[in-house]
Design a protein around this ligand. Sequence first.
Ligand code: NAG
Ligand code: NAG
Ligand code: NAG
Ligand code: NAG
Ligand code: NAG
Ligand code: NAG
Ligand code: NAG
Ligand code: FE2
Length: 496
Amino acid sequence: MGRFATLTSSALTAFALFSTTEAACSSKKNDTCPMQVRSAYAGPEGMVVSWNTYSRLSDPFVRYGKSPHHMDKVAVSYVSVTYPTSTTYNNHVSIKDLEPNAVYYYVPMDGKEKTPFTFKTSRSVGDKSPYSIAVVVDLGLIGPDGLTTHVGTGAANPLKPGDKNTIQSLEAQGDVTEFLWHPGDIAYADYWLKEEIQGFLPNTTIEGGAKVYESLLNQFYDEMTAVTGVKPYMVGPGNHEANCDNGGTTDKVHDIKYNVSICLPGQTNFTGFINHFRMPSAQSGGLGNFWYSFDHGMVHYVQLDTETDLGHGFIGPDEPNGVEAEDAGPFSTLKDAQTKWLAKDLASVDRSKTPWIIVAGHHPWYASIGTDASDVCFDCKDVFEPIFLENNVDLVLSGHVHAYERNAPTANFTADPKELNNPSSPWYIMNGAAGHYDGLDTLTEPRNSYSRFSQDTAYGWSKLTFHNCTHLTHEFVSSANGTVLDTATLFKNHKC
Ligand SMILES: *[C@@H]1O[C@H](CO)[C@@H](O)[C@H](O)[C@H]1NC(C)=O
Ligand SMILES: *[C@@H]1O[C@H](CO)[C@@H](O)[C@H](O)[C@H]1NC(C)=O
Ligand SMILES: *[C@@H]1O[C@H](CO)[C@@H](O)[C@H](O)[C@H]1NC(C)=O
Ligand SMILES: *[C@@H]1O[C@H](CO)[C@@H](O)[C@H](O)[C@H]1NC(C)=O
Ligand SMILES: *[C@@H]1O[C@H](CO)[C@@H](O)[C@H](O)[C@H]1NC(C)=O
Ligand SMILES: *[C@@H]1O[C@H](CO)[C@@H](O)[C@H](O)[C@H]1NC(C)=O
Ligand SMILES: *[C@@H]1O[C@H](CO)[C@@H](O)[C@H](O)[C@H]1NC(C)=O
Ligand SMILES: [Fe+2]
């Protein structure tokens, strides 16, 4: 650590407008220019700051402090990791002993003449002051290689000219929301194949596909820096993190059904996802970025893995022989590791401190999408729902289906008779309408008996507001213009 003793804030008094795009770095393929900057909560007093670079860093470090003019502290790590076919290194630095609910400014490495990034640490456990968060599921690359104002042959729902996309909408609402939660389907790099087949992207060979895949990933994480560079970004696994064949894309013209056998090792089994993030599983006894929990003020948040490791002999949708057969997982060698962890994690929550328990998992089980067993995960329901009921979970978030559907509080396919007025079943909200190349899905008629509001034509994200111990509001915000298209408030008679 000695070499950092000489670092002072004096070099950081002048700031230019920060721009950390891949393009800005691409002229220097061998340097340490920071890209894809992001942070995540790491326990009550910790954060992890991560970013990518073209070259490996021997000792990635972050300078930080409570004033942009006084980033006098340094945290260093030796984690600069990559995988076959990746064009970048993922650098992860853990920062400890931070104050709760405090804004910090930071720059990766020397950061000369750059506007610093920021994060706000988590609120103390039991802090009952109100706040909001943003949630997106199924958010992919926006722009010429992803979701834009036109689509390829067979795709639908392009952006309308003048509409804000979801990343712009999240950016526009600034610090109104304290962190961004993204429970799976991140970037949609596996769409390289579909985009080529649909004539949207120039054709490459299958072997050359890995380059396109990695380029889409890099572009997405660069776009996200506008949001993830100023607030924590918490993520979970979705099926599109698992492989490169886009779930078995068919080239109808050439009558080829692709499968995971075309994927290089870097594009299977959540490899990019594992390398890119450091979620707080060490602090919560979870597993990697797959399942973990964290507290923030009056809320206990739980991220689950609906893709693999369901336990009880069930096969997750992405596992070999699963309904989506992405050839991924399992990630624990222990029997029923995830469900045992969940039961223990929820049982240990002190509801007088964190009255609210919010769970997110990628696949839904309450969704008006017919009986398509690959899009709804009834196995997930079988293993998780009893544990939610036993522990009075308040809200369960999901996506995967590219539409928005707010259900009633529900148990075993039956709406809670109390609806939102102090129900004993968890409230279920599915919002996979954040947007990616392939547009939106169409919900089926009739909607499920427990469905209360749904829409499948507008892109948008979820805003959750915790008012106090007893009231929680969910809003569906249209990304196009910021209009709230649906709002509902849950009352729970929590004592605190
Ligand atoms: C890249 O950087 C490494 C380490 O600084 C150096 O050894 C290598 O020669 C550089 N390569 C090029 C092509 O500049
Ligand atoms: C384009 O590439 C895809 C995927 O490699 C392949 O299926 C298709 O045959 C190619 N199309 C043409 C016109 O070469
Ligand atoms: C995957 O595709 C390859 C090549 O097209 C084929 O040989 C193989 O049988 C397929 N595997 C499965 C499980 O369908
Ligand atoms: C995926 O990775 C995990 C851990 O890295 C490994 O245990 C598992 O066997 C892999 N799954 C497949 C299908 O390759
Ligand atoms: C769930 O509902 C089905 C009928 O819809 C019923 O057969 C089953 O016993 C119920 N399970 C539980 C745990 O209540
Ligand atoms: C905002 O966008 C939504 C669709 O996302 C649309 O239904 C609504 O009419 C728009 N409102 C205004 C004021 O333009
Ligand atoms: C909690 O917040 C709700 C919504 O803002 C409000 O109506 C209610 O009065 C608040 N309860 C308490 C005890 O402050
Ligand atoms: Fe999905």
